[in-house]
Design a protein around this ligand. Structure first.
Ligand code: F6P
Length: 486
């Protein structure tokens, strides 16, 4: 198991993320612990298990869950306690302003260049700033000069500068899981200077791709009067300190996915097909959070175009859409879900027959092994974001392709495409005709080409898997720390 062999171990680590890795529910004296499936939290949990550090996170907005005195700090994982999880409880008002407001209606669309969806509200900004200050206070209480503080993502762009003020000697780093936009987009933000200044409180700032690093440096160059960019070393000097930039694309736990799939007896796949009336036809799969950045309606446009232009494919080709409801307190997400469901219904009404539906749609939570089995047996995956920091579904699909006979259709506007390049088939969500042709091409692709492409993808996904990412992040942090002491 590479996880155990991996060298990464950041001593005295304080990790900060919005989502918590374990959620405890208290009901009538009984405690149940829920482990979130996938995403950031499950990716980082194995790292924390190799440290005896502290993970600080929002204690969830779940109605059944309250952070009360005495249970805001727990040892996790429950089965074999390895580190401390410290939860910060937020009021509904704070959640609306910080999480649903500024994080997800200002920064999220801004960073994804969805400028029409961006909304800056003073009240949201103030809640966001206050919650960052609450997190910074708790972090500062855990920090001394040997501590590494590792912030995750766009929920905490202000906290690094705040912690820096309280603990000037701590080593601070941040990984940004979403894109960083071009300066012309970033300048829409009324708080642009405060955001850049907050992030420059870090010693090391890591993005998925060199493009996002370059965008960030250009934003600093254009919007930060007190900061100087060194273009040769990809670093910034501000307030007498240096922030190093780095590009390290996040990976998936490819060996575990491969081994899970290799042990799969195809029963889950057979059951799924039986439940949804999928026969022996060619199958494509899409797995997404129901988020407007994922380009699901445009994917459905391409499928509609395909069935219009290739009526012979009716009954011969089925698309499976697994959707995970997300951020449902935000109107744009409620509308997106309705749009996706309406469009699927319309497509099935238009092209479906008594025996066959062109689109199978489910929002059921699937166990990881069932999901991997679906990936393995689907002839292609369609990953079509309008913009996406990385997209780990694309990498999971590849890791599950142990027979190397599937095709990955991938939007060029994802970090994954920038990294994996043209071994994937480009799927342009902005051009319906070309997107439909890409599906056609994947359906008709001969075995040799499928195999050749998938072998290249598999090599890249395994070489830059989750363990590699963790090692790279830890090694880069070591280098930066070293360079500061000499
Ligand atoms: O990809 C960015 C990200 O914030 C991840 O960190 C997270 O796992 C995912 O989106 C889900 O978002 P949320 O935490 O808002 O449900």
């Amino acid at each position: 198991d590479r996880r155990d062999d991996a060298t990464v171990a950041i001593d005295d680590l304080v990790l900060v993320s919005n989502r918590q890795p374990y959620r405890h529910e208290y009901d009538d004296g009984k405690v149940t612990v829920d482990t979130p499936v996938g995403g950031l939290a499950s990716a980082i949990d194995p790292v924390m298990q190799r440290t005896d550090g502290t993970w600080i996170a929002w204690g969830d907005g779940d109605a059944d869950f309250d952070v009360v005195d005495g249970d805001d700090q727990v040892q996790v994982p429950p089965s074999d306690p390895a580190y401390t999880l410290e939860r910060i409880g937020l009021t509904d008002y704070e959640v609306r302003g910080y999480y649903e407001g500024y994080a997800n209606q200002a920064l999220w669309p801004l960073c994804h260049t969805a400028t029409g969806r961006v909304s800056f509200e003073t009240d949201h900004w103030e809640q966001y700033r206050d919650v960052n200050a609450q997190f910074a206070d708790v972090v500062s209480g855990h920090v001394d000069s040997d501590t590494t503080v590792w912030f995750q993502d766009y929920h905490f762009v202000l906290a690094p500068r705040m912690v820096r003020a309280a603990a000037p000697d701590a080593f601070q780093m941040q990984f940004f899981h979403i894109p960083w936009p071009a300066p012309d987009v970033f300048r829409l933000c009324p708080q642009s200077e405060a955001i850049l200044d907050g992030l420059l409180g870090n010693d090391l700032l890591v993005f998925h791709t060199p493009r996002y690093c370059a965008n960030f440096l250009q934003c600093v160059d254009q919007h930060c009067d007190g900061a100087t960019v060194d273009w040769d070393t990809d670093s910034v000097v501000s307030e007498g300190r240096t922030t190093q930039l780095a590009a390290i694309p996040l990976g998936v736990d490819a060996p575990t996915i491969r081994d899970t799939v290799a042990a799969d007896d195809s029963v889950a796949w057979a059951q799924f097909r039986a439940r949804h009336d999928v026969g022996e036809e060619t199958v494509a799969i899409g797995v997404d959070r129901l988020d407007y950045t994922k380009g699901i309606p445009r994917r459905l446009d391409a499928l509609e175009r395909l069935f219009e232009t290739r009526p012979d494919l009716r009954g011969e080709f089925t698309y499976i859409q697994k959707g995970a409801p997300s951020r449902e307190g935000i109107p744009a997400y409620q509308r997106l879900r309705e749009t996706v469901e309406d469009r699927i219904r319309a497509l099935n009404d238009r092209f479906g027959t008594d025996e066959w539906s062109p689109v199978v749609y489910t929002t059921r939570t699937l166990d990881r092994d069932v999901l991997y089995s679906l990936y393995r047996h689907s002839d292609m995956a369609i990953v079509s974001p309008l913009r996406d920091g990385m997209n780990l579904v694309a990498k999971e699909y590849v890791a599950a392709q142990v027979d190397s006979d599937g095709v990955l259709l991938l939007s060029p506007f994802t970090g994954a495409y920038e990294q994996l390049g043209e071994a994937a088939v480009a799927f342009d969500p902005y051009d319906t005709d070309r997107a439909a042709e890409a599906i056609e091409r994947a359906i008709e692709m001969d075995d040799a080409e499928r195999w050749r492409r998938m072998r290249r993808l598999r090599r890249a996904v395994h070489e830059t898997d989750l363990a590699w990412w963790l090692d790279e992040a830890a090694a880069t942090a070591d280098d930066v720390r070293e360079s500061r002491t000499h």
